[in-house]
Write a protein that binds this ligand. Structure first.
Ligand code: RRO
Length: 312
């Protein structure tokens, strides 16, 4: 309900994500503009509620050979292959962001339960306000496997990370499973403070002239507008399955998309591919658009919209 004081309506865009207070419900998605402190600082200064780093592993990793990205109908295909400078190096980038007051969500991965926990500890020690456990990258090697498709594995890794660090832990889920609700429940069971739904959808592009797949890795992850209806369905199912907050991700490019995710049960949204097509202005436009929607519809707080499409 909107509070009216001295004739002025008090409308708040602030949200609480498992104890992490954001000035508005937008973040960048992991992997987009997240590889250095100056870039992430720009994301925050453009208006994001908090910033999310590129997924960081225990040690430096080169990633897959080129081509690693391809524009496809209504989206983007990537097989970056988890390139990152390693947690030891990136800890310093997090410290620089904390020195200037930027709320940081550190996305991370490991190739074993121990590596997940150790990487999380390094990033938490550096001052990350929250951690996003990435068990859902579609571009991992066979031997690493897709942890996010194994509910028992997700529960085990989440519990190990929760036992190792203090900041809230968000678990990022993959849409590449038959039952995403089951994996979300496993994350909650392991102690996750929130879940992010979703990572990219496993996909492929082929070049008719070359008669070969476009990406050197053959398959990649699909993001952007093509992913949005899948992501909305995932957020819907996850929101019905768990009691922890859900962060929506997948094809958010304008305020209307963001509102749709909130209505399906997301407490905040991550924006990825749209940052490449529309630029940093999305972090001004989306909060402004949500504010306009709230004014028009008579809402005082973002939380009042969350999950409304499930009612009635
Ligand atoms: O680096 C990547 O290839 C990558 C990652 Br870690 C991820 O989580 N999602 C994605 O689409 N690409």
């Amino acid at each position: 309900m909107r509070v009216v004081e001295n004739g002025m309506s008090q409308l708040s865009l602030a949200v609480d994500l498992a104890g992490l207070r954001l000035r508005n419900p937008t973040l960048n998605a992991a992997g987009v503009l997240g590889i250095s402190s100056p870039l992430l600082r720009r994301v925050y200064e453009a208006g994001a509620g908090a910033v999310v780093t590129k997924s960081i592993g225990p040690r430096p990793r080169a990633g897959h050979p080129n081509p690693t990205v391809s524009a496809v109908e209504c989206g983007l295909l990537n097989a970056m292959g988890l390139p990152n400078p390693g947690a030891g190096y990136f800890a310093e980038e997090i410290r620089k962001l904390k020195d200037v007051g930027v709320p940081v969500v550190a996305s991370f991965f490991g190739e074993s339960v121990e590596a997940f926990a150790e990487t999380a500890m390094v990033l938490a020690e550096a001052g990350a306000d929250a951690l996003e456990l990435n068990c859902s990258c579609p571009n991992v090697e066979e031997e690493m496997g897709m942890l996010g498709a194994d509910p028992a594995g997700v529960e085990r890794v989440t519990a190990a990370v929760k036992g190792a660090v203090d900041p809230p832990v968000f678990v990022k889920l993959t849409p590449n499973v038959a039952d995403i609700a089951e994996v979300a429940r496993a994350a909650e069971q392991g102690g996750a403070d929130a879940v992010t739904a979703v990572n990219t959808l496993l996909a492929l592009a082929v070049d008719a002239d070359l008669r070969r797949p476009v990406l050197a890795n053959v398959t990649g992850g699909l993001s952007g507008p093509a992913l949005k209806p899948v992501a909305l369905r995932c957020v819907w199912e996850v929101a019905e399955a768990v009691d922890i907050p859900v962060i929506g991700c997948g094809g958010v490019s304008g305020w209307r998309d963001a509102v749709e995710f909130l209505l399906c049960g997301a407490s905040a949204v991550e924006v990825g591919t749209a940052l490449m097509t529309k630029g940093l202005d999305v972090f001004r436009d989306i909060p402004e658009g949500i504010r306009g929607y709230m004014e028009e519809q008579g809402f005082g707080e973002v939380g009042e919209i969350v999950g409304l499409a499930h009612e009635g």
